[in-house]
Write a protein that binds this ligand. Sequence first.
Ligand code: G3P
Length: 216
Amino acid sequence: MKFFVDTANLAQIKEAHDLGILDGVTTNPSLMAKEGIKGEAAINQHYKTICEMVNGDISAEVLSTDFESIIKEGQQLAALHPNIVVKVPMIKDGIKAIKWFTDHKIRTNCTLIFSAGQAILAAKAGATYVSPFIGRIDDSSWDGMELIAQMRQIFDVQGYSTEILAASIRSGLHIVKAAELGADVCTCPLDSILALLKHPLTDIGLAKFLEDAKKM
Ligand code: G3P
């Protein structure tokens, strides 16, 4: 399973990258706004900076919702760097745009996926990635991981090459379950990645080893 970090914060991207296990970055308008990135020039520069920091796929989301504008915006984003993946929302014009991008060799990430039906449409349109929002499904009292399992089964049965990108990750357990169920990618807040490091028995065991090492 590939690890992406789900943030537009450069310090967090650097910290995740420095771990040596980072395969890419996902952003969205909320994450960009959180970093105070405003205006087209600043947005484009931020994406370029991320692309220079991480040698992997970098999702950059379109802000348009009609077909023509999504195409124009997506082409501009894709031209910023070869590693840019155009993130497109799961709407009717979004699916049409994903098919257009597929036909024109521009890679896409279909975002805001909450059902298997939506995932099937995105895969049929040729999306490179589909992003089911696990945490937000859990928030609505459904089990987000059930969707990952269902999508994995459908994609395998149907032979879809679209990668399942588990998004809206909220914990280390989400990452472990996504891996267990066969997600191709997990995009995570830095805290959730770092949570995987932690086990109290590791801390206790290391303290004992270091103590005993003084007697060596
Ligand atoms: O990648 C999508 C993700 O950023 C959404 O996460 O925590 O806002 O539901 P969250």
